[in-house]
Design a protein around this ligand. Structure first.
Ligand SMILES: NC(=O)c1ccc[n+]([C@@H]2O[C@H](COP(=O)([O-])OP(=O)(O)OC[C@H]3O[C@@H](n4cnc5c(N)ncnc54)[C@H](OP(=O)(O)O)[C@@H]3O)[C@@H](O)[C@H]2O)c1
Length: 306
């Protein structure tokens, strides 16, 4: 099988396309013949070698896979060969034509969903799901501000919050405003042109996908008793703290098959869709990562194993 990996840190140019034997599934594991992989900013952040915690080398980037089960290990009862599935394997391991995963982090994908569409979902949607779970409140009727609503995480967070009955305000540039409204946002604001000082302190939840909520004054828009969900930034912040009557939670995405099943059901019901900004073949992963690094992705970048 082909696998894209780096044998040293130093950026996306360190990636090479290698060919190795496909792994065999152990007890409780399934092997997926991967058809599509998601690209996320963490991929190039890890490759830079400058992330606070680094995985071992060789580093195989990739936090999303979608494909077909082609082998199951002893004791696996929930999946069989031929099942179409997707997963967030963790922050690494996805850029490969074959991957072995424990069965409880894998979920089925509906018949109408293509592998590229499915591969665009796991990491970003689990991030949004787990961020809202950290807050723990029923979002129905709450005002939720998604700061960076047009990117990978934001574009699914808007849809999840809307499906739960929230009033959603998305932050995005004018160029992305219509796109974010199309995802279901009730309002769109560009905080690069609009001062938060002109807005009321009436947000219940702020999902920070930029990492500048304190410095930019967005934190001050959250009402007392509300919450800030720090997906980006806050590297040195405690896991949970209260600042100015607002509770903040540091969110770090984790694999979770049960949550992925719920997200898969949302896709089947038409409540959650992937927006694919660009598709590259696996062998052009470096080009895909360079595009992600520009920082203007609308939706997701996806690799295919063709
Ligand atoms: N903690 C975790 O577990 C976790 C999980 C997933 C992601 N993350 C992090 O969360 C961040 C977002 O991830 P992502 O995948 O959504 O990134 P992404 O898809 O690369 O985000 C790109 C989008 O960001 C927008 N943007 C940039 N600066 C903005 C600003 N100041 N205000 C509004 N929009 C802005 C861009 O819009 P324009 O084109 O208009 O500039 C573009 O649409 C990254 O730092 C990522 O590493 C963390």
């Amino acid at each position: 099988m082909r696998i894209v990996r780096a044998h040293e840190f130093g950026g996306v140019d360190k990636l090479v396309l290698d060919t190795i034997d496909a792994p065999a599934p152990g007890p409780g594991q399934v092997r997926i013949a991967v058809r599509a992989m998601g690209v996320n900013p963490v991929d190039w952040k890890l490759l830079s070698g400058k992330a606070p915690v680094l995985p071992p080398l060789p580093l195989v980037p990739g936090g999303d896979v979608a494909g077909v089960v082609d082998a199951v290990g002893e004791g696996v009862t929930g999946f069989a060969r031929g099942d179409r599935v997707f997963a967030h394997p963790g922050l690494t391991g996805g850029y490969a034509e074959s991957i072995v995963l424990v069965d409880d982090i894998v979920a089925p994908i509906g018949g109408d969903i293509t592998c590229p569409q499915a591969a665009a979902i796991p990491l970003v949607a689990l991030t949004a799901w787990q961020a809202f779970a950290a807050d723990g409140r029923d979002l129905s009727g709450l005002k939720v501000l998604v700061h960076n609503a047009a990117g990978g995480v934001g574009s699914v967070a808007v849809q999840i919050a809307k499906a739960r009955g929230a009033h959603v305000i998305g932050s995005a540039s004018d160029a992305n405003a219509e796109f974010v409204r199309g995802l279901g946002a009730d309002e769109v604001v560009d905080f690069r042109n609009t001062s938060p000082g002109s807005m009321a302190r009436d947000m219940d939840v702020l999902l920070d996908l930029v990492g500048n909520s304190l410095e930019s004054g967005l934190w001050a828009l959250v009402r007392e008793g509300g919450s800030v969900l720090r997906v980006a930034g806050g590297a040195t912040a405690p896991a949970e703290e209260v600042v100015d009557g607002v509770r903040s939670y540091k969110v770090r995405v984790r694999p979770n098959g049960a949550q992925l099943r719920e997200l898969s059901a949302m896709m089947d019901r038409g409540e959650l869709r992937a927006d694919i900004a660009a598709t590259f073949p696996l062998a052009a992963a470096t080009d895909a990562l360079r595009l992600s690094m520009v920082g203007h992705t609308r939706g997701k970048i996806v690799l295919t194993a063709d």
